[in-house]
Design a protein around this ligand. Sequence first.
Ligand SMILES: [Ca+2]
Length: 443
Amino acid sequence: MSLAISLCLAFLFALCHGSHSLPAQRTPHLDALLPNGNFEQVPNKSNMRERQIIGKYSLPHWEISGHVELVSGGPQPGGFYFAVPRGVHAARLGNLASISQYVKVKRGLVYSLTFGVTRSCAQDENIRISVPGQTNELPIQTLFSTNGGDTYAWAFKAKFDVVKVTFHNPGVQEDPTCGPLVDAVAIKEILPLRYTRGNFVKNGGFEIGPHVFNNFSTGILIPAKVQDLISPLPGWIIESLKPVKYIDSRHFEVPSGLAAIELVAGRESAIAQIIRTIAGRNYVLSFAVGDAHNGCHGSMMVEAFAGKAAFKLRFESNGKGAFKVGRFRFRADSNRTRLTFYSGFYHTKLHDFGHLCGPVLDNHISVNIHKVMVRFPITFIYIFNFCKSIFKITVLLLLAYKKMSLYQTLCFLLILSLCHCSHSVQPRRAPHLDVGLLPKWQL
Ligand SMILES: [Ca+2]
């Protein structure tokens, strides 16, 4: 084989390699309402007895068990009022009743269900959400919104390609029709966490999170979790009993990107993460505290802990969507450091005292000071990349001008394509909600 042909083959190989190391085409993720997830496709009238649905398969796309009602929002006979903020209809699960649906998923991936649910008469109502082998029971006694818009998220790992998702009322009340009102159900594939260079905090900007309903959102309550891997909010641990609220930039003001967290339960819920550190090294922890532009006002304070070190970041909220950034230095005691954040105070909305709210958290960044000092500042990296592009263009122009021989051209192209490949290696999958979280500040 001649040298020219060998170079041709090497060039083609390099090009092929380059094409595979480009960012993967974003596969369509599951991120939508379940079929008839908003219960707006209603049963035939012949399958209804007043509000009660008669027949296991009468509610389109769902399988029902026990006393299940299809209710319309608004005042009801008997003095009840059912708030249905999305659309008109909702499913009401009576004593021990269930609704379920088979959902096509991909085995091994993590999915999060987002569902609007509120109690309809008793105080101590619960809802049990399950797929085969995984279940969680949520108390819905505390109303976080006064308009019936409470929405929760729960995640599971798919062990099969089709899973049966079930919502169940585990309670028994004197009135057998009493029980949780399920307003809308959506599902979203949760992508694996990606590493953000230089930042030890995973998902520090909360950009990977559960499905957010388009038309109406009061935020999504992330209930307490014992583990942080299979979670609607990967990377984070929700401590204690009360949830934290996931808020998105379409419905709220967030300090950065598409989403943030609102600490709605004062000291009763904390959000935490264990980061890798090196004992004895100094780190800087930076995070933003603000308000969601939702009328939550007053003196706010987020208390943060990094191992044994404690910090307080105060923020005076006018409820109009401002934020400030705090930076704290700490020394790691071991190779794992627990970061914990909670709201020091309880807050309610200015004109709605029943609506719990609180400070917004975003953009957690933890940097190893030692490493940053010895690494090139990020600006230099940008300048380097810019110079590299200029060099490539210059070489191509020179080639065209000088009309180099085939052999010389191939040599140059081979070197260029190899250079390109070595820098175009990307994560296997394009992340959801891809907003970079590079430090905005230089040390
Ligand atoms: Ca964010």
